[in-house]
Structures are given as structure tokens and as C-alpha cells.
Design a protein around this ligand. Sequence first.
Ligand code: UD1
Ligand code: UDP
Length: 360
Amino acid sequence: MKPFFVIGTRPEIIKMAPIIHECERRNIELFLLHTGQHYSESLSSQFFEDMSLRDPDMNLNIGSGTHSEQTAKALVGIEKALIKEKPDVVLVQGDTNAVLSAALAAAKLGIPVGHVEAGLRSYDTRMPEEHNRRLTDHVSSYLFAPTQKSADILRNEQVWGKIIITGNTVIDALESRLPLVQNRKTVADQIGLEKFILLTMHRAENVDDKQILAGLLSGIHSLESDIIFAAHPRTIARLNKFGLMSEIQENNLIHIVEPPGYLDFIALMKRCSFILTDSGGIQEEATAPSINKSVFVLRTSTERPESVDSGHATVVGVDPESFPKMISSAIDKGLEKSRKCPYGDGNASKKIIDAINSTL
Ligand code: UD1
Ligand code: UDP
């Protein structure tokens, strides 16, 4: 079999790397295309290095732009590469614009699509990701559902592809990197923090709206704790645009830092008291037994209800009056608990390659 992998952003590099490594272990020849949606060192090359991932065979360098610009540029570029490479299967991961472009290009050429992390639904139609993942699921031949819940969603929607429950490759990625981060010094050591909350925010619905972003900051300030804020470039751009950056810089409890690479970020997740985030992947990683952190989701919905059911995640919304109270009340009840990881045992990549191998 000749798989054709498409990646475009930070989480896709992390979550696809274990599947690519699995192909390499089995001497399967593959093609790796990067759309170039993420291009900054801190969102792209740093992650190739941290995941020990080979260079892409092609980078379309599509860069930033509107959703249609990104999707259309990648669609055309991927189609050309698929015609030349003639792969047996196109693998996409998650819900970014790269995923939709690749799935469409492959489906229109009659090449089977394998969707890794299929069946997630937030039912929040403001999210561009919700459209990307729904549309991709309905053109895919292989739907690699991370959990029984996501598989049930796909069955209920009557997708025509084959549904295979695999776990999430983020656990594979995390387990493979953990041995490299033992005793790793972090930005917390540089700042001199023993105890801190780890914060990330980058969802368009949160950071592209001045009022919501200002409300999130005011709620976060009211926690009156040291916070390491690993800021995505999108968030930095919006904080500057809305004139909110100085408020953070003047606050001596919020320590805003460049987004750390994967090894540094894992080390921070292990060390922090708890996590505040609107990220998808972080809601999953928090459930890994080696991390086992409480995560407060700064959103009104989640497509990862498994993390809520397992007791790791709480969706606290974005209302600056109520979310700090929900967090404080959870802290009062105690955060350190023994909980089970709903996303598998780190063998998702093997299951994915086995499933494709057995049907191609
Ligand atoms: C994208 C995905 C989102 C995913 C996130 C992972 C879509 C619709 N969104 O959001 O699902 O959670 O990646 O991090 O596909 N920028 C840089 N350097 C870069 C890339 C972007 O500075 O390398 C800045 C630019 O100002 C750009 C902004 O970030 O306009 C947003 O980038 P974009 O790729 O459009 O979306 P993300 O917010 O990264
Ligand atoms: N991550 C990281 N550094 C950061 C923030 C996130 O290494 O500063 C990792 C995180 O551990 C997870 C992935 O990036 O594996 C999540 O990416 P992101 O939050 O950008 O996207 P999402 O999962 O929301 O699509």
C-alpha cells in the first residue's frame, strides 16, 4: 500500500507522526504533504523536530488567509500531487482546512480517504472545524473513530465508510515523547514558579471577538494565581489588534510566553496545577495516565465529551462572572483524582495501519 499523508497545522504534525512512524517501522513507502497552513517555526518545524518526524516530500506553502483561500489553494495543490503520486489511500487527521481540502481532492479522484479522529461533533456551527470534520466524515472510506461514542455518532449519521475504533493517536504521540521530558527544565523554572496554571486559547470564536476575549482575560485575572499563558500567534495578533496586550503585560501573575514546542509543553502539562484551554488536543492529553490533569474548557461546548465523562474536563463557558466561580468550586472539592483515560492505550497508529492493510 502507498499512503499519502496530508498535514497542515501543529496538532496534525503531532497526531500524524505516530502513524508515519508506524509505516516506517513496517517499511511502507509513503508520501507526506504539508499544506503550509502553519509555517512559523513555533507552530511547524519545532514540531517536526520534537516528534522526530521526517521532512515533508512537498510543502504547498499556502500560508495564512481566509478559509476559502486556504481551502482552495490546498485543494488545487493536493489534487496535482495526487494525480502524480497515485496513492492507494489519503490519510487526514482532525478538522482543519487542510483536512477538508485533502478529503475533497481525494474523493473527487476516487482515491479512498482515511479520516483519523472521525466522528467528533461539537454541534456548534460557529466553528469552522465542525463543518470540516462533518464534511470529511461523509466522503471518507475509513473512519478511524477514537472512541465508541464517536463511532456511535458516525453510525447515527449513516456515513458510508467503514468505522474502526482505534483510540486517539495523541496518546501514542504523548507516550513516545514522555521518556524525553523527564527532569526537563521549563519556562516555569526560568520564571521561578513552583505552582502555576497552564493556559492556552486560540479558537476563532474566542479570540476573534474583542468582547469575548476581554471577558476571558478579566475572568482569568480574577483567579489571582500565577498563570503561564502559552499564546498562539493568532491570539497574540488579536490581543495587539484589540489593544489588550498591555493589560496582560502589566499583570504580574499572567506570564505570556511564545508557544512552547511539544516536549516543553508536555513538561508544562505534567508540572502545572491544572489547565485552562479551548484546545481540542489538550482536552485529550490531560486524560493520559502520565498527565492526569483537570482541564477547564473555556468554551460553551466540546466535541470531546469523553474527557468530561472521565472526570478530567469541565466545560466552564466564557462568561467572566461564572467561569471563575466554577473553577474555584472545583478546586475546593479537590482536583487530584485517579481517573481513566478514554482515548486508548497508545496503540491507535498500529490499529489504523492494520485496518488499512487488511482491506487494501
Ligand atoms: C488552525 C485550525 C484550528 C486548529 C489550529 C491549531 C482551521 C480552520 N483552523 O487554526 O482548527 O485548532 O490551527 O493550532 O484550520 N499564524 C502565524 N504563523 C503560522 C500560522 C498562523 O503567525 O504559522 C497566525 C496568522 O496571523 C494567522 C493566524 O495565526 O492569520 C491564524 O492561523 P490559521 O492557520 O488561519 O488558523 P489557526 O488559528 O492556527
Ligand atoms: N501544544 C504545544 N504547545 C502549545 C500549545 C499546544 O505543543 O503551546 C500541543 C498540545 O500538547 C496538543 C496540540 O499542540 O498536542 C494541540 O494543538 P492546538 O491546541 O493548537 O489545536 P487543537 O487541538 O485545538 O486543534
